[in-house]
Ligand binder design. Structure first.
Ligand code: AMP
Ligand code: ZN
Length: 523
């Protein structure tokens, strides 16, 4: 005989189930899909627990605005844009601070990079900063990155930096030498400061370094670094301070501005991996030196963009600007690429892996991205009202699993590469729906709505990938049709037709090229 349930048993179960259901509904997305972040400081993946949930404070080192950002910089800013978007998507209230470095970043010869550029362009350093900040914003907007909540500039925060130098001096962790102020690394280490922890540098090696640097003789120890520098007579960017007329050391701005806008300790600090040493190591020392606490709980470092196997960098010419790549104006590429294709190309790799930019890789990205944008169009055109409430259970389960997988992958240290792989699977279903391989009565209204909404929100809100703006995708579609016809003509050895298509396109400024990877075109 089966178990007999009393009225109390049943009531108990109903109340338990309803509590569970209510909890599920009321649960915030960030509770349902907790994030794990690879913390460069502990070198481990850790559960992300903000200091003041649902608020999250994130500081990212921004560009030095003495010339245009290159694509490597863009990769880093796109990576943090996706992190910012995903935190927002999960329901966090994020204060995202990304600075503008417009003072203190010196060339090898000790001149401020801004001043050097001002001299070359025969304009004021402030004009250089404004010009390249504006261009940086234009490029960021073409790449569809959201503006940060606060974008403070170093030159606008000189009093805060002077105050921080004073605090470090008051704590006995800096000394004045000939009008400049140096951070005393030896004292810091003696006071149990962890100098070298983030970058993995060995402190004894840093102390014994004998590089001949400017003003080296003023330092007590080769590892010491300037937090305030006395300006020589040629230095045009200068401010009054208690120690000299001078300017702040480059590392100081981030310590002062992150403290001002996010507090002495905040959640996430980010930047490119090349900033770990000395910039971030010195930032930590300064913050601890001034405020007695470590600045950030989680350090995120993005890996480098390479070009044809070598690090992309402004200084050695192995570089391409975003505009050059968009316009195809570089010896490194055969055609121009839409900013959304470039963004997609970045997101195909995890932020912590290096990524090698080459024409072939971009061509492949371009084809892949077109598949996704075609699916986006289908998803946007879906109207669940045309479907019933019944459908194939297996398909419904699969769609739910895809949704969960998107969250799992993004919550696993923001794995955009794996999220995109799931979106390709979903795109496959959308294409099958579109071409009739999946019939309308195989899928319920609820499932199709979940499929379309998940696909759109991960593509657009989380990854920031939109239909390319200029053509709304239509030129790509038309070109695909034309190239298809031309391909058939070539297969049938109908050279006259294939040449006619090529020549007539050339006459309207569209150049097509036949290569190993297939046929490509430049508008
Ligand atoms: P900068 O303007 O040189 O201070 O760099 C701005 C940001 O771009 C920093 O977070 C750098 O670490 C990052 N960055 C510089 N070069 C690359 C590169 N090749 N790939 C990825 N990020 C980079
Ligand atoms: Zn910084």
């Amino acid at each position: 005989m089966g178990k007999q349930y009393t009225k109390t048993d049943i009531l108990y179960h109903i109340s338990w189930i309803s509590k569970f259901i209510t909890h599920e509904i009321l649960m915030k997305k960030y509770e349902k899909y907790p994030i794990h972040i690879y913390n460069s400081l502990s070198r481990q993946k850790e559960l992300f627990t903000p200091l003041h949930t649902p608020n999250v404070g994130m500081y990212v080192c921004g560009p030095t605005v003495y010339n245009d950002v290159h694509l490597g910089n863009c990769r880093t800013f796109v990576s943090f844009d996706v992190i910012y978007r995903y935190l927002l998507h999960l329901g966090y209230k994020v204060r995202y601070v990304r600075n503008i470095t417009d003072v203190g970043h010196l060339t090898e010869s000790g001149e401020d990079k801004m001043a050097t550029r001002a001299r070359i362009e025969k304009i004021e350093p402030m004009e250089v900063a404004q010009k390249y900040t504006r261009r940086f914003h234009e490029i960021m907007s073409l790449m569809n990155t959201l503006p940060p909540s606060i974008e403070p500039s170093a030159s606008g925060h000189i009093p805060e930096q002077i105050e921080m130098v004073q605090d470090i001096l008051d704590n006995g962790l800096a000394y004045v030498a000939n009008g400049s102020v140096y951070f005393d690394t030896q004292k810091y280490v003696e006071n149990s400061g962890n100098y070298g922890e983030l970058s993995g540098r060995i402190i004894e090696e840093l102390f014994s370094e004998t590089r001949v640097l400017k003003n080296q003789d003023e330092k007590r120890n080769p590892a010491d670094f300037a937090i305030w520098m006395k300006a020589d007579e040629n230095h045009i960017m200068r401010w009054e301070s208690p120690w000299s007329v001078g300017f702040p050391g480059w590392h100081l701005e981030c310590s002062a501005m992150s403290t001002k806008y996010l507090g002495t300790t905040f959640d996430i600090h980010g930047g490119g991996a090349d900033l770990k040493f000395p910039h971030h190591e010195n930032e930590i020392a300064q913050n601890v030196g001034a405020c007695n606490v470590e600045p950030a709980n989680y350090w995120i470092h993005t890996n480098m963009l390479l070009m044809n196997g070598k690090k992309m960098s402004k200084s050695d010419g192995n570089t391409i600007t975003p505009i050059q790549l968009m316009e195809g104006d570089s010896e490194h590429v055969s055609q121009g690429y839409d900013p959304m294709t470039i963004r997609f190309f970045f997101l195909q790799a995890h932020y912590s892996s290096t990524l090698d930019l080459s024409d072939a890789a971009l061509q492949a990205a371009s084809r892949g991205f077109r598949k996704l944008t075609a699916a986006l169009k289908i998803a946007r055109s879906i109207d669940p009202a045309g479907y019933t409430h019944s459908g194939d259970q297996e398909l419904a389960d699969k769609i739910k699993e895809y949704r969960d997988q998107c969250y799992r992958e993004m919550s696993d240290d923001f794995n955009t590469a794996k999220t995109l792989a799931v979106l390709f699977e979903m795109a496959g279903i959308l294409h099958e729906l579109d071409n009739g391989q999946i019939k309308a009565n195989n899928i319920s209204a609820e499932s199709i709505e979940l499929l379309a909404n998940t696909f759109i929100s991960f593509m657009e809100d989380v990854l920031g990938l939109q239909q390319p703006e200029d053509s709304n995708g239509k030129i790509d579609d038309v070109m695909e049709i034309l190239l298809d016809i031309r391909q058939k003509a070539r297969a049938e050895k109908n050279w006259a037709l294939s040449d006619q298509i090529r020549d007539q396109l050339a006459a309207v400024g569209i150049e097509i090229k036949d290569g190993k990877e297939g046929t490509s075109y430049t508008l």
